[in-house]
Design a protein around this ligand. Structure first.
Ligand code: PGA
Length: 256
């Protein structure tokens, strides 16, 4: 039996109303809650976090935040601290998503967020990924640097609070020409594992789940889940459809 798979739903700035968030979550929870070997994490907008966390039953389908701020309190208009996220009963937080990086978030800021989340006992889902590929392999150095700088200051013993999501920017969203292929993910997964081993040592690095994200749907999910060492998937658009997302969770249960 393979290891547990993570299926993370990134709802982004959707849906528009609390009642729609609640009904989507209740359908997802029912299906995902019945699946062994899969940890489902639904990341809604902050304003729905507490509401949905209150509907969680059991551990198989829980909620997470889409971002967090590094300071613990103070005059930071619009920001949310890790303690506030934890107090809303969220267990996970996405950090360094490419859409936040595109708004100016730096690796240094990501590392401060990762540390704040980990200090609060949250599991940080740290996103990395190149915006384009080139024949000379410069994208590998880009991902290496992103990974090393985003995890700077993370102690070896805290690596257990880290999940990596490899999300090539060229494969994310409506405008993406295609998803990555399972083979591309496999090669990058090995590369990321090597960077983690070099930085933290073998044992802690081998325990870090490495997820794929970028145009995942019910058709291609099984291929990414079958990649040796695959930790699971980070799902954007398809997570807004209870049916599509449910099928992805089913595929993960089969792969686990
Ligand atoms: P997508 O988004 O599945 O809609 O491509 C993935 C993500 O941005 O996390």
């Amino acid at each position: 039996m393979a290891a547990k798979k993570y299926i993370v739903a990134n709802w982004k700035m959707n849906p528009g109303r609390a009642k729609d968030a609640q009904s989507l979550f209740s359908v997802v929870k029912k299906r995902a809650g019945a699946k062994r070997g899969v940890q489902t994490v639904v990341c809604p907008p902050f304003v729905f976090l507490h509401l949905l966390a209150g509907k969680v039953s059991g551990h198989r389908c829980v909620v997470g935040a889409q971002d967090v701020f590094w300071e613990s309190s103070g005059a930071y208009t619009g920001e949310i601290s890790a303690a506030q996220v934890a107090d809303a009963d969220a267990k996970y937080v996405i950090v360094g998503h490419s859409e936040r990086r595109a708004m100016g978030e730096t690796n240094e800021e990501v590392s401060k967020k990762v540390k704040a989340a980990s200090d609060e006992g949250l599991l940080a889902i740290v996103c990395v990924g190149e915006s384009s590929r080139d024949d000379s392999g410069a994208y590998l150095s880009y991902v290496k640097k992103e990974l090393e700088e985003s995890l700077r200051g993370v102690a070896r013993r805290s690596l257990k609070n880290i999940i990596i999501a490899y999300e090539p920017i060229w494969a994310i969203g409506e405008d993406a020409a295609r998803s990555a292929t399972p083979h591309e993910f496999e090669k990058m997964l090995l590369f990321i594992r090597k960077v983690l081993v070099d930085a933290f040592g073998k044992k802690p690095a081998f325990d870090v789940p490495i997820l794929y994200g970028g145009s995942v749907d019910e058709e291609n999910a099984a291929g990414f889940l079958a990649v040796p060492g695959s930790g699971g998937l980070l799902v954007g658009r398809a997570s807004l459809s209870a049916n599509a997302f449910g099928a992805i969770v089913d595929a993960a249960a089969e792969a686990s």
